[in-house]
Ligand binder design. Sequence first.
Ligand code: ADP
Ligand code: MG
Length: 729
Amino acid sequence: MSNLRTKSVEEASARKAVKVELPKERVEAYYGKQVFNRQRMFEYLPKDTYESLVDAIDNRKTLSRELADSVAEGMKRWALDNGARHYTHWFHPLTGSTAEKHDAFIEHDGKGGVVEKFSGKLLVQQEPDASSFPNGGIRNTFEARGYSAWDISSPAFIVDNTLCIPTVFVSYTGESLDYKTPLLRSLNSLDKAATRVARFFIPDVKHVTCNLGWEQEYFLVDEALYAARPDLVMTGRTLMGHESAKNQQLEDHYFGSIPSRVEAFMLDLELECHKLGIPAKTRHNEVAPNQFELAPIFEEANLANDHNLLLMSVMEEVARRHNFRVLLHEKPFAGINGSGKHNNWSLGTDSGVLLFAPGKNERDNFRFVTFVANVMAAVHKHNGLLKASIMNATNAHRLGANEAPPAIISMFLGSAVSAILDKVEQADDINKITIDGKETIRLDIAQIPELTLDNTDRNRTSPFAFTGNRFEYRAVGSSANNASALIALNAAVANQLNEFAEVVEKCVADGMDRDLAILQEVKKLIRESRPIHFDGNGYSEEWKQEAAKRGLDVETSAPLMYDRYMDEASVKMFEKTGVLSKKEIEARNEVKWEMYTKKIQIESRVLGDLAINHIIPAAVRYQSVLLDNVFKIQQLFKGAKADAISSQDLANIEAISDHVSVIKTSVESMINARKRANHIDNERLKAIAYHDDVVPYMEDIRYHIDKLELMVDNEIWPLPKYRELLFIR
Ligand code: ADP
Ligand code: MG
């Protein structure tokens, strides 16, 4: 056999680990080397510029033009000193990836030469001609200007000789066209609301910071094998492929030893991360073969998210150096686990108190219960919206697919916290609860057993789990921009905390004791949010039914989930917190539906091509080998004997015909379904048509192709099989 598959398998199996030279210095010496962090600012900026910039960053002020000029000059000097020749505004359009347009620093010097220049104006604001970025109709061509503006809270960095300046991307009329703008708004709103409530317990709180520690899961595939799979190249996942006899059933991959080629890749990747100031810390094998994870130390959420986006692009580059391709798709292979991006999310005060961590005394624990109850309420009220925020065409394969979080948002609390909430809720008569002065309240919650997480208390089936001092939001997809999930979660929690504070403040104004008012409201929240709390098996059939009975959102169609953004409660919540306007929500939904349609459209086209041009010809070739064999048997033997000898071949010939003809008709029907859908103008209805009418054909076609894979001569089969793609040695 001499097809592309064979060559790629041979190439992949001959591959050795690429050697990685580690720097002689220790990590501290090169950590953040490519980042214009405070240390570099201090070195490269005049003293007063440095001080004003730090003050602007810490206190969220805007930069004056003079200050920007002075910062730009220092930043340029640092960048040139470190090999940069270009600069770019780096932003996060609604495609979910990152975008950049590079400009050289050069300007005419008036004498026929050039000088390297960079002004405050160029640092602070740019107008990328970006009418080709998705905008959901916000930017008609006559007002086709959008501009990017520097986010001073995230430091500039150098990648591949280009100075990258993290920016927001907004329309000329001020609407956000990216993920960063609403993320920053949500963090701001959450800061204010959480500070307001935290002050009930810790009076001198100035700010509350939202922390994010993401865990990035991914697959690696050898690049030769990848190149031999047009479906991986075009869609990021395998659209066909029969399960390998061995996959993850022996559970031998998770935390197993890391193959040497992969270890070299990880080492190289961590080195790049550290130079870019990404605090990569943990690496290990994941559950599925060829699946791995990288997790950094948590950081402030906006910075952490920039680092995640940067990591995703750095990963792709480093993987190529090691003859790998990294697959960030949520479900590259059917039948084995998919990839997510666990978002460890917490709130901390400027004085260092983690608001979701229980404390040492009654007062601390009262604060703890208050914050947990508010998160419960927010997640409960907006469970449908939160699910919509993590849903897209690729994550849809993972959610509800019996391995990753189910397509229902619920909250895991664990036995210790559940018991505490029960106790608080059952503190029956509010007036009988003793208040010791104004300081403590007898809730009998002084003793919270140390919340260490033994494995028994870890529920991997929950999409949103309490894990000791934070929540782990596990439903986010591996390829997603975390911001989408965080925008919805932060806004929902901010809004909830504001409503909570209003109720408490009103009771106090009416003469009620504040602690009693808090307790009364917390009890109410716990009672009302009960339905969101579920510590059982999230993958079970019973849970789906139970969840529906509890009134939780059980919708599984991505295009329909997006409707939750337009619910009155969602729009009100986003508008009240100032995170998104109705116009922005509408525009974003248009983009979501459009993206959904396009992704399915591409997959369906690739599948059709592969089925007709790769699979059917191979099946027919093998069928004619069988036919030839039968023909010769009939020549050699006669009558009943010949029939007996060729019976198995005849059965196979028929079976191949059956599969081939189903594939042919299904591809035709799928194309017609696409044509009908393409005529629909409304983006929402078009996406629904793709979901309802196109996707089922894809599943059907795959089923028959995978059957053929088991029948057709291995030598003829054109695409690398799962067993060849999945086991890096
Ligand atoms: P797991 O066992 O689930 O992999 P880890 O202990 O490795 O969890 O932590 C996963 C991520 O959670 C890391 O990025 C870690 O820094 C982060 N993390 C730990 N504590 C917090 C916190 N309080 N807030 C946010 N993230 C946190
Ligand atoms: Mg975790």
